[in-house]
Design a binder for this molecule. Structure first.
Ligand SMILES: *Cc1c(COP(=O)(O)O)cnc(C)c1O
Length: 397
């Protein structure tokens, strides 16, 4: 997955443009910037690449989620449905707005289970937020149908899945809103950065204002701009956007390498009858940033994972007991351990997740092993790795 592996001359050149003018801010300073508008360039390129009318780049993927939710009017007491397997950023962005994260089971896609989503809907539900974990997607047709039926918004967290598609459309562009992260370990990186995409002009207008202290961005005197509503600062810097411009131009090159390396590993493991690959919904194509598979039991998954580590295969994760990606270790959320007081809406409405039954999620996650696909591996290295992995897994059965 990580674009940082291929950081090079193209990225340096884009950053140098910014260094030469010294204009590190995305807004204003028109006369000083030698015609360089890196953030705008990143937004325009992304808009074409992901086939969305509006793109707004911000300081992180977490910021993108927060801004996306805010742009659609999500606020105190609103419920946002999210999966048990994701990154902590999902509930952080929801809580930042005083809204309530409603955790829901995943299925063998490793993303939201549509039937569980429908069961979790209440009069307070406003958004369904599938997270396309590890490069593959949720069943978006099913989720969209549920959202349409109940009048809810669909927000795709595509932070780990840029370049993947569903029915031929880029992930992130299918819901009402989509978000990407360009942090240092994502498929393409800005160092730190993110973006939200939408075809809804109102959400876009809200987003660029909200993420810049409410600035209306009218005219060319920043100090004289109006502030139609309260905002915040989630701006991305030109330095970070410059890296993103270079990396975005290389996205398709990265995807080809990922697919090649993924395919080599997958073919080697497909000869092992005990290994079952993660389900990709019909019409979906992964971005190949991870290879995910299930072992027959929790115990076999743990043994296989250990065996992989002992064979020197790095980058294979057992997310089931991971601190950052699975609800079981989120006791800071469960116990609402915040530095200051949280809004009453959150304190009163957050379900007691220590008592929740997520056995469906546990069933899949306890058997899952997830292997990162690197861009830096040569074909020979990947073939050797595939052989070692297959041997390690066979030895564990
Ligand atoms: C990385 C990530 C985020 C947050 O992105 P940052 O840029 O690190 O804030 C959100 N959701 C998912 C699924 C991610 O993997």
């Amino acid at each position: 997955m990580p674009g940082f592996e291929l950081f090079g001359d193209k990225e340096r050149k884009e950053v140098q443009d910014v260094m030469d003018s010294g204009v590190l801010m995305r807004y204003g300073f028109d006369g000083m910037r030698n015609g360089h508008w890196k953030t705008k360039e990143l937004e325009k390129g992304l808009s074409e690449r992901v086939q969305s009318k509006y793109v707004h780049a911000v300081s992180s993927g977490t910021a993108a989620l927060t801004v996306a939710l805010a742009s659609a009017g999500v606020g105190a007491g609103d419920e946002v449905i999210m999966p048990t397997f994701t990154f902590v950023a999902s509930f952080e962005s929801i809580l930042a707005l005083g809204a309530v994260p409603i955790l829901v089971d995943i299925d063998d896609t490793l993303t939201l289970k549509p039937e569980a989503v429908e069961k979790a809907i209440t009069p307070k539900t406003k958004v369904v937020m599938p997270v396309h974990m590890c490069g593959s997607m949720a069943n978006l047709d099913a989720l969209k149908a549920i959202c349409n039926k109940h009048g809810l918004l669909l927000l795709e967290d595509a932070c780990q899945a840029i370049g993947g598609t569903y029915n031929g459309k880029p992930l992130g562009s299918i819901g009402d809103l989509g978000c990407f992260s360009f942090d240092y370990v994502k498929t393409i990186t800005c160092g730190e950065g993110g973006a939200m995409i939408t075809n809804n002009q109102d959400y876009y207008e809200n987003a660029h204002k909200y993420s810049d202290h409410g600035h209306d961005h009218m005219g060319n005197n920043r100090g004289a701009e109006e502030h139609p509503f309260l905002g915040y600062n989630f701006r991305i810097s030109e330095m970070n956007a410059a890296v993103g411009v270079a990396q975005l131009a290389r996205l398709d090159e990265f995807l080809v390498i990922q697919k090649r390396n993924y395919t080599i590993l997958r073919e080697a493991l497909s000869n092992i009858p005990e290994v079952i690959f993660r389900t990709v919904p019909d019409g979906g194509e992964e971005n190949y940033s991870f290879l995910n598979f299930f072992m027959p039991t929790e115990e076999l998954a743990q043994v296989a994972h250990q065996e992989l580590i002992e064979s020197g295969v790095d980058g294979c994760f057992y997310w089931y007991d991971n601190n950052w990606h699975y609800y079981k270790k989120w006791e800071h959320l469960t116990n609402l351990k915040s530095l200051g007081k949280l809004p009453k809406d959150v304190q009163e409405a957050l379900p007691d997740y220590s008592k929740a039954d997520f056995s469906e999620s546990d069933k899949w996650m306890s058997r899952n092993i997830s292997c990162l696909i690197k861009l830096g591996w040569s074909e020979e290295e990947t073939v050797a790795r595939a052989k070692t992995m297959a041997e390690a897994i066979k030895a564990s059965i």
